[in-house]
Design a binder for this molecule. Structure first.
Ligand code: ZN
Length: 242
């Protein structure tokens, strides 16, 4: 089975549709989403509906829960807060209920799925360094944890008796004796300097993980962000990938 792993869509339907079509073209039949379907972007309902229609296991992100009042927006910056309130006003009732009922963690194809960190999923901490990823490895069953949240692709492997190491390559083997902490990057708002949508493909037959970057129509989203009256910064940052 080929599993597409996506995260941090953030109401960006252009990026989501492009990534899903790309992954299906690679033979993907099932999907997992590490949260933040909404927030920042202009198409929250369409993104939720697309996720609901895909064969997709999805966990809650802080923006998903914030939008339905299940987590506080006190720590959000001004643009993020404004986008949460805007998104809340747009949601249809079935989509609101869908976000409310998202689980905080899930398991699929042997992977542990959570938005931020397995050690404290609802504290919304960022795991950005190899030592922090190493600590997190003691907090999930199985070998592989996939997360989102930072919008920065990141992968760490720990093999028995060895120091953990970060993968720089886009393709790597998942070894049965290894522990892996992998950030899927962001579909709808990458922040690693590469504006292309980011996604992963996990082939559970040969246990290979592959990261892809997929170009999509950024200008179309920017136009829709401005038309919705969302903060200008949320539009201009997309083409910078920051
Ligand atoms: Zn996010």
């Amino acid at each position: 089975m080929k599993l597409g792993i996506i995260s941090d869509i953030h109401g960006n339907i252009e990026a989501l549709e492009t990534v899903v079509e790309f992954l299906r073209g690679k033979g993907v039949t099932d999907f997992a989403c590490c949260g933040d379907i909404v927030g920042y972007g202009p198409d929250p309902n369409r993104c939720i509906e697309a996720v609901r229609e895909m064969n997709c296991i999805c966990v809650a992100g802080n923006h998903d829960y914030a939008t339905v009042g299940e987590t506080s927006i006190d720590g959000f910056n001004r643009a993020a807060k404004q986008a949460v309130l805007w998104t809340r006003a747009q949601l249809t009732e079935p989509n609101r209920r869908f976000l409310e009922n998202l689980p905080i963690t899930a398991e699929d194809a042997g992977l542990f799925i959570v938005h931020s960190s397995p050690s404290a999923p609802e504290d919304w901490e960022y795991v950005l360094t190899v030592p922090d990823a190493d600590d997190e490895m003691d907090h999930y069953p199985g070998g592989v944890c996939v997360v989102g949240h930072s919008h920065q692709p990141f992968a760490v492997e720990r093999l028995p008796g060895k120091m953990p190491r970060q993968f720089r390559d886009d393709v790597f083997d998942i070894r049965p004796d290894g522990k892996y902490f992998i950030n899927a990057g962001s579909v709808g708002q990458p922040r690693d300097g590469d504006p292309r949508a980011c996604c992963l493909l996990f082939d559970d037959g040969n246990q290979v993980m592959t990261r892809y970057r997929v170009p999509y129509d950024i200008l179309a989203v920017e136009t829709r962000i401005r038309a919705a009256g969302l903060p200008e910064y949320l539009a201009s940052r997309l083409e910078l990938g920051r």
